[in-house]
Design a protein. Structure first.
Length: 129
């Protein structure tokens, strides 16, 4: 029996769903999820939109050992309308990616965890087809 490392199990909601927080007092939306807002208000969990617009991006050629097989890695700042977040952009080459393009959240392999190599999946973003 392969046991999933505890850190993978605890972070599954944030890896598998696009979940943030919305302040009940001021209405500000945050990603990643927070428990209390800087204004002092209580925050509640909200599902974030799956489609957004790529504001800016960076092509990273110097990647860690685990990511060498998919180098270069494109990392972008994505505007979801209610909040912004940073995510990996997939299914596009550095020559094809453009600021302003629409992207959608997709389920992809992130890497391996633990000594037994449990494959970890999560959300990345690809151009809207």
């Amino acid at each position: 029996m392969v046991r999933t490392p505890p850190v993978v199990w605890r972070s599954r909601v944030h890896r598998y769903r696009l979940v943030g927080s919305k302040c009940k007092s001021c209405g500000e939306v945050y990603y990643p999820k927070i428990f209390s807002c800087p204004c002092g208000g209580e925050a509640e969990e909200v599902e974030l939109p799956k489609v957004g617009r790529l504001i800016s991006y960076s092509v990273v050629y110097a990647v860690d050992e685990e990511s060498r097989d998919r180098s270069p890695v494109i990392v972008g700042l994505i505007d979801l309308g209610v909040t912004r977040l940073v995510g990996e952009i997939v299914d596009v080459t550095p020559e094809e990616v453009k600021s302003g393009m629409h992207v959608e959240a997709v389920f992809r392999r992130i890497g391996e965890a633990g000594e037994r190599g449990v494959i970890v999946y999560g959300l990345k973003f690809r151009p809207v087809m």
